[in-house]
Design a protein. Structure first.
Length: 332
């Protein structure tokens, strides 16, 4: 034996070799376990990122009140967008009432709420018995005035001829000057009566034109392209002047009122982008914006936010049911 070297027991040497081998196996198993875990987490993260936004929103909604899910892998942290959903129905921003032009009986209305109308389209008419009677009376008075004017014109012509004869006789000293003056006075009187008759004709013609105009505007027309949002009178009803008959809503822009839960009020911001899904158009997604609002509430209350849409293609119609999705992207 060499000096300073201890002699080892064979049994002790075998145990040390066995222990070292077990330790190495455990280390390999531990490394394999962490490798598998890292791969699994990476696969889950990639699969989650490929999911549709609506599916991710549903998963987020099931995770808790804070609507946030975090997946942590070595060196990376990804946060799912925060989502708030709401439902409502589309409304016109601009709504006007259309009134009866005068007192009368409303015609049969062929429209119903939700029907589209175009600018200038006749919605209904108002039949005024009073105006019709007035029109008949004025027309008769006009004919009488015209007949009187014709008589006055004949009398003026006769007076003119009489005056010419008187002037000729006066030049020949066959009549006194008094007869000439009487002929002149007769001519002037006939002319004045003719002027008065002509004024009567003009007056009756103006009254007739005015009445005809009133009858022409008895047609109730749409003020712009839009949709009927309200029926305020029934067919055949007797309506008075300025009685509202219809309410018409413009096709653009539109709005949708959404209830925001108290827990989400701080999350909603003015001009926030909103996705709108109309039930009648399930394959289309429309973009809107949150209008400015004041989130004033008390405990257990909610806030109503207004989402506006341009609707330039006019596919959406007031009255449609729709879902609104407000998404807070990462970094907001």
């Amino acid at each position: 034996m060499f000096p300073g070297v201890r002699k080892r027991n064979p049994l002790q040497l075998q145990w040390e070799i066995s222990f070292a081998g077990d330790l190495r196996v455990n280390q390999l198993l531990q490394m394999k376990r962490w490798t598998l875990i890292t791969i699994a987490v990476g696969v889950l993260t990639i699969a989650y990122s490929q999911l549709p936004s609506t599916t991710r929103g549903k998963l987020v909604g099931r995770l808790g009140a804070d609507n946030t899910m975090s997946v942590t892998v070595p060196g990376k942290r990804e946060s799912v967008p925060r989502v708030v959903r709401g439902r409502g129905y589309l409304q016109a921003v601009e709504v006007v009432s259309v009134f009866a032009p005068f007192t009368g009986q409303l015609s049969k209305i062929q429209l119903k709420v939700g029907d589209r109308v175009t600018k200038g389209q006749i919605l209904a008419t108002v039949r005024s018995h009073e105006l019709l009677q007035r029109l008949q009376k004025i027309a008769a008075a006009l004919e009488t005035a015209k007949e009187d004017l014709r008589r006055q014109e004949d009398q003026v012509a006769e007076a003119e001829r009489a005056l010419e004869r008187a002037q000729e006789l006066y030049r020949r000293d066959l009549i006194p000057g008094r007869d000439l003056k009487e002929a002149e006075a007769a001519r002037d009187t006939a002319g004045a009566q003719q002027t008065l008759a002509h004024a009567q004709v003009v007056e009756q013609q103006a009254a007739l034109e005015q009445t005809r105009y009133l009858l022409s505007v008895s047609k109730i027309v749409a003020p712009f392209d839009g949709v009927v949002t309200g029926m305020l009178a029934e067919s055949g009803a007797y309506v008075r002047d300025s009685t509202p008959i219809f309410s018409i809503g413009a096709m653009e822009p539109l709005k949708l009122m959404v209830e925001i839960p108290e827990a989400e009020v701080d999350f909603v911001r003015d001009d926030m982008v909103a996705q709108v899904h109309a039930d009648a158009l399930p394959d289309r997604v429309f973009e809107g914006q949150v209008a400015p609002f004041e989130p004033k509430l008390e405990k257990t209350q909610s806030v109503v936010a207004e989402v506006r849409l341009a609707n330039r293609d006019r596919l959406l119609v007031p009255g449609m049911n729709a879902e609104v999705i407000l998404v807070q992207k990462s970094g907001q």
